[in-house]
Design a protein around this ligand. Structure first.
Ligand code: ISL
Ligand code: CA
Length: 564
């Protein structure tokens, strides 16, 4: 397999609004990030992915951009950003910026022009339609509830918005719009950044004519993915973007691509003619959802099984290695609940189970991502009141289902507590002081009350902390080529408590054993694996007995062995 710097790297995601507030206005900012670069260096990560820091009215916390070449006032100035890049490069850290070009903000100058008149030169930068019989042009539902169309008085037409109505979709069919995107990419690349994370990049091409979605539920609006997920001209647009822009720089790209299969994954990331370095797939993020509707994420399936997760992860691991593609490995980001609360135990076994999840993820094939606070084992939050949640997705969802009278409000609040994106967006826990050391002022969103027990200051110098464990995992990647390049094989396929797999490179083998339960299952070494001289590389308990035959695991135990 071809060697690339981004395969050997670990990426750390920063959600700037919630990371560190340097000027005490309650909002994280660029200078706050600069203050913490030594922390990131100590952790050992190689790349930082910054969620959007561009000018934005913040309808969707920066994923609605009103100027692609300016920094949001609340976050600082372009000089601050230049200094951030310089300080990162001085420390050998790389910077990946978020590229949000499926849509802009409705406050972008292009849209202000576009909506003025039907013959405005910017009209075709967006997707306009007169509608059908006084109603929306089609039945598509928005990702964030309600119709994907908004009526606009000025020209008496509708515009498409797959996300909020303040995020109008850009019209990629228009070559002028595509050139604008390539220009803004060059603007940042020429400043010296090291790559892009591409927001919902696989929905930029829509089926011509924008036909109705198939009716599969009794809701007024239907999921229209068949008409825009990996749409007809998606690959063509991406090839053009690579030829005109990306091929001229040594950068990494990670496509955020909902609803893709491993076959798509290979198509998008393979060494020969892929369109991005790696991608974020979502199948494992849906393992605990109820399928069948776009609102499935809120309907938690309490009966999801470890074997479901094994099937998904193994399919991706094996397909990508056979097709010479490359995986991103993630359990958290700014859109997902905290992994220790979701997949492990944020109570009695908080610490060991957070370490277990980290082991399981970091030993797979692909580039691991750590989302801010994950390295401390930060947990979900359970706000009492709806007003304490700030996310537009949460509020739209609540309005849609509760105010239309279809669901019980307390049930919906529970769904929000379990799955809402704000679980990941509470301020970072730096210490046990005021507002967890994030800010002296009241933060834009409440701090998780457990910050006195879970915070960086207490963990950085504790060799047994979740943080120190992450540090060691990241080091293992630097020390053992097999962690990066070894082939993955699942073992104990049917076990519902133990997730175990091997990695193989030449005549070297790693054995990864993780217990996803609070019980004490017995690990049986499969025939053909030689456990005679195992060398323990890392574990989340003190291990005295290294015999692998009939090994009784402790709750949420994790061990990685190198087999001779
Ligand atoms: O979070 C989700 C569902 O709860 C996803 O469907 C999410 O909306 C989707 O993955 C796209 O996410 C990205 O684009 C959105 C933005 O709100 C997210 O924060 C971003 O990661 C629109 O730009
Ligand atoms: Ca601030």
């Amino acid at each position: 397999m071809a060697k690339q710097w981004w395969k050997e790297s670990v990426v750390y995601q920063i959600y700037p609004r919630s990371f560190n507030d340097s000027n005490n206005d309650g909002i994280g900012d660029l200078n706050g990030i600069i203050e913490k670069l030594d922390y990131l260096k100590d952790l050992g990560v190689d790349v930082v992915w910054l969620s959007p820091v561009y000018e934005s009215p913040n309808d969707d916390n920066g994923y609605d951009i009103s100027n692609y070449r300016a920094i949001m006032d609340e976050f600082g100035t372009m000089e601050d950003w230049d200094r951030l890049l310089e300080e990162m490069h001085n420390r050998g850290l790389k910077l990946v910026m978020d590229l949000v070009v499926n849509h802009s903000s409705d406050e972008h100058a292009w849209f202000a022009e576009s909506r003025k008149s039907k013959d405005n030169p910017y009209r075709d930068y967006y997707i306009w339609d007169p509608g059908k019989d006084g109603a929306e042009p089609n039945n598509w539902v928005s990702f964030f509830s309600g119709s994907a169309w908004q009526y606009d008085e000025a020209t008496e037409e509708y515009y498409l918005h797959l996300f909020t109505k303040k995020q109008p979709d850009l019209n990629w069919e228009n070559p002028k719009l595509r050139e604008e995107v390539y220009d803004l990419m060059k603007f940042w690349l020429d400043k010296g950044i090291d790559g892009f994370r591409m927001d919902v990049i696989n929905v930029i091409s829509k089926t011509p004519g924008l036909p109705d979605a198939e009716v599969t539920t009794d809701s007024k609006y239907q999921w229209g993915g068949e008409h825009f997920v990996n749409g007809p001209r998606f690959m063509e647009f991406m090839k053009e973007m690579n030829e005109k822009v990306l091929d001229h720089y040594d950068v990494m790209t990670v496509g955020e691509t909902p609803m893709v299969t491993p076959e798509d994954g290979v198509r998008f990331t393979n060494e020969e003619d892929g369109i991005c370095s790696m991608l974020f797939q979502f199948e494992h993020m849906d393992v605990d959802s109820t399928p069948g509707s776009h609102l499935g994420k809120w309907k938690i399936n309490p009966d999801w099984k470890l074997t479901d997760l094994k099937k998904i992860m193994t399919k991706w691991q094996v397909s990508m290695q056979e097709g010479k593609g490359w995986n991103s490995l993630y359990l958290e980001n700014h859109d997902q609940p905290r992994s220790v609360s979701r997949f492990a135990d944020d109570g009695k076994y908080h610490e060991v189970s957070a370490k277990m999840l980290a082991t399981w993820l970091h030993m797979m094939q692909g580039t691991p991502y750590v989302y801010q606070g994950q390295e401390l084992g930060m947990t979900n939050v359970a706000f009492e009141r709806l007003e304490d949640y700030k996310d537009v997705e949460i509020h739209n969802f609540y309005r849609d289902v509760v105010e239309n009278g279809s669901e019980d409000p307390e049930m919906i609040m529970d769904a929000i507590r379990a799955k809402g994106r704000d679980n990941a967006r509470t301020p970072m826990h730096w210490n046990s002081g005021t507002n967890a050391g994030f800010s002296d002022a009241e933060p834009w969103i409440k701090v998780n009350p457990n910050y006195k027990d879970i915070n960086a200051e207490q963990q950085v110098n504790d060799p047994n902390s979740v943080y120190s464990y992450y540090k060691r995992l990241i080091q293992l990647r630097k020390q053992h080529e097999i962690v990066v390049h070894g082939d993955y094989d699942l073992i104990l396929e049917d076990d519902e408590q133990i997730y175990a797999y091997t990695r193989t490179l030449g005549d070297e083998k790693l054995l990864v054993i993780t217990n996803f339960s609070g019980e004490k299952p017995v690990f049986k070494l499969p025939a053909g694996l030689d456990g005679s001289r195992p060398e323990l590389l890392i574990s989340n308990y003190d291990v005295r007995d290294h015999s692998l035959e009939g090994l009784t695991l402790k709750p949420y135990e994790a061990r990685v062995y190198k087999l001779a």
